[in-house]
Design a protein around this ligand. Sequence first.
Ligand SMILES: CC(C)(COP(=O)(O)OP(=O)(O)OC[C@H]1O[C@@H](n2cnc3c(N)ncnc32)[C@H](O)[C@@H]1OP(=O)(O)O)[C@@H](O)C(=O)NCCC(=O)NCCS
Length: 148
Amino acid sequence: MNVRKARKNDAEQITQFQILMARETEKMELDIEVVRRGVAGVFAEPARGTYWVVEAKVQLLGSMLVIPEWSDWRCGTVLWIHSLYIKPPARKQGLFRLLYQNLKQQVIQDPNLKGLRLYVDKTNSVAREVYEKLGMNRDHYEMYEWLK
Ligand SMILES: CC(C)(COP(=O)(O)OP(=O)(O)OC[C@H]1O[C@@H](n2cnc3c(N)ncnc32)[C@H](O)[C@@H]1OP(=O)(O)O)[C@@H](O)C(=O)NCCC(=O)NCCS
């Protein structure tokens, strides 16, 4: 197993992961052309975020998007985990743990990085359990949103 930053030629596989994830976790059918452009937009502008992938030999088994958010309270950057997907046959084998530990290690070693955050659909009980097993805790914030 290998964890690495994604390359541009991973974009189509990452797009497919997003389509599958939305279908599985939110029963939502995303527009694949929009997602393709959205994924390409990350590679086009690195300040938007970084995809990380986990692979076995040359096969991608999962990916996540890491997005930086400036924290004025901490005078540093909090990293958000988004768009996380591990292929079903590769689950429960520690692949997300690998991605997570790799990222956490970067935060520990870099004084400019202050922590990790993510949000999860309330109904996604598997992911909630996974995050708690990895030592994350639900903080005191509730998330609100307005989406066009
Ligand atoms: C959530 C998800 C990313 C977890 O990935 P994974 O590679 O299977 O997770 P890991 O194998 O690294 O497991 C990490 C820990 O969670 C536990 N875990 C994994 N799947 C679990 C499950 N279905 N139920 C309970 N615990 C589980 C593991 O046992 C491990 O704990 P341990 O080391 O104490 O045994 C994966 O299930 C997934 O892609 N789900 C669909 C997409 C999704 O929900 N994305 C998140 C949106 S917010």
